[in-house]
Write a protein that binds this ligand. Structure first.
Ligand SMILES: Cc1cc2nc3c(=O)[nH]c(=O)nc-3n(C[C@H](O)[C@H](O)[C@H](O)COP(=O)(O)OP(=O)(O)OC[C@H]3O[C@@H](n4cnc5c(N)ncnc54)[C@H](O)[C@@H]3O)c2cc1C
Length: 409
């Protein structure tokens, strides 16, 4: 079996993984970044999103924003995924990160609370990845799961937020098209209810979420919706893919018939996979709570600062009333402490991205991409710092963390 040996192995190349890998490398570690699809970026590219929700104080995120993003009259910060793709590649290459695509993590070997190796599979067969420290950025926390870290999923009844296939709509008349919030009025919402009642649109579709784009005559659509899906179960994910993709022509029909500016619209592309908003949240040294966010709490041992987003739970029951439409405001920018990134029971594993230690409602705020980039930056830097100073990444002192803060501020 091929053996790969690095200082740091970052598993998963979404916003958290890209920022973790670049940060660890910029601070001197030899880094391997592993990704199961043929493209880095996670939800920002293969997931076909085009809006940064919220904000954070992350140098890497700010660098990306300055090169790709336009603030629209709605206030939304919009990017084009096709522009992000080559930019991410350039940033990874410039930093000197070694990246392995088309490679899925399948196993973890743990001895006495230490990961000895991670097994990954690709067309060349099985590979064994050995690193001083591993950073789990797989979104679902596949590495932490395989290493036996305890986790929770969903709210108290176990239900999670819906799963969505994002898609792009072409043939939109930019001069007349309406978008979410700005123009989706009660009349149009009532029309959607009529379509649902008549069975022309299948429940739980119902929200009208259309987003303006940087590409001419194109809108992004976040309207497919599948509920009751465990995003870590391939059978249920298959059901979600089938249901969501069958919803697309019906949504297009609704838009063509009823929505100004969409009379001649067509679906032109869709995400590589159904996007999972919420799955495993691992138990860490600290669990972030809604009151930490509501109170805009500043932890002494923060690894993320300037995090900013409302609580936005897309209704797990699929009802049309959707909290994310009426976001519950937080108390201002907040921090995320070191303990949220250190999974219990495994010494050389750190978490970054939506799988960190937090509760269901807190997760609905910190899961957005700008905050996931900041998590990667904080975690990648602290891991490189630990290696450089012969320390264990999950056992840093407050003094160490203050040193890390000075590196990322
Ligand atoms: C439908 C939907 C709409 C959203 N809308 C927005 C929005 O408009 N704006 C916003 O800011 N946020 C939005 N979010 C939230 C945000 O996109 C995610 O929470 C965020 O991308 C999480 O970042 P991450 O790096 O943790 O995970 P991801 O972006 O999911 O990246 C994880 C990466 O790990 C890879 N991976 C997974 N398992 C393995 C494995 N076993 N081996 C190797 N690689 C693996 C995946 O392929 C992926 O590239 C949305 C989320 C969803 C699902």
């Amino acid at each position: 079996m091929t053996e790969l040996i690095y200082d740091v192995a970052v598993l998963g190349a979404g916003p958290a993984g890209i920022a973790s890998a670049i940060s660890a490398r910029r601070f001197g570690a030899r880094v391997l970044l592993v990704e199961k699809y043929g493209m880095v970026g996670g939800m920002s590219t293969t997931g076909m999103l085009n809006v940064w929700c919220g904000d954070s104080k992350s140098k890497i995120f700010n660098e990306i924003v300055s090169k790709t993003t336009k603030t629209m009259p709605s206030g939304r910060r919009v990017f084009a995924p096709e522009v992000l793709k080559p930019l991410y590649i350039e940033m990874l290459e410039n930093a000197g990160v070694e990246t392995l695509l088309h490679t899925t993590v399948t196993g973890v070997s743990v001895e006495n609370g230490v990961i000895k190796s991670v097994t990954a599979y690709n067309k060349s067969g099985e590979m064994q990845i050995k690193a001083n420290t591993y950073i789990d950025c797989t979104g679902d926390g596949d590495v932490a799961y395989l290493a036996g870290v305890p986790f929770e999923m969903g709210r108290s009844d176990g239900l999670t937020q819906p799963v969505t296939v994002e898609f792009m709509i072409g043939g939109v008349d930019d001069s007349r098209a309406i978008y979410r919030e700005a123009h989706v009025d009660d009349k149009l919402k009532a029309k959607m209810q009529e379509y649902l009642k008549d069975g022309k649109i299948p429940f739980p579709v119902g929200m009208i979420i259309l987003l303006e784009s940087l590409e001419p005559n194109v809108a992004y659509c976040n309207m497919t919706n599948v509920i009751g899906i465990d995003g870590t179960n391939a059978f249920e994910l298959t059901k979600a893919e089938f249901e969501a993709r069958k919803q697309i022509p019906k949504i297009i029909e609704f838009l063509r018939n009823e929505v100004q500016g969409y009379e001649n619209c067509v679906a032109i592309s869709s995400s590589v996979y159904a996007g999972v908003r919420e799955s495993r949240r691992f138990k860490g040294g600290y669990t972030l709570t809604p009151s930490d966010i509501q109170g805009a709490r500043t932890f002494d041992d923060w690894l993320v600062y300037g995090a900013d987003y409302c609580f936005g739970v897309h209704n797990p029951n699929g009802k049309v009333e959707n909290i994310s439409e009426k976001p519950q405001e937080t108390g201002g920018t907040y921090t995320i402490p070191y303990g949220c990134f250190t999974p219990v029971g495994v010494k050389n594993l750190m978490l970054a991205g939506r799988c960190i230690s937090g509760d269901h409602y807190a997760h609905s705020s910190y899961r957005v991409m700008p905050i996931c980039f900041a998590m990667g930056e904080g975690v990648g830097t602290s891991v490189a710092y630990a290696i450089k100073n012969n320390k264990v990444a999950t056992e840093l002192t407050l003094e160490d963390i203050k040193n890390v803060q000075n590196l990322i501020k």
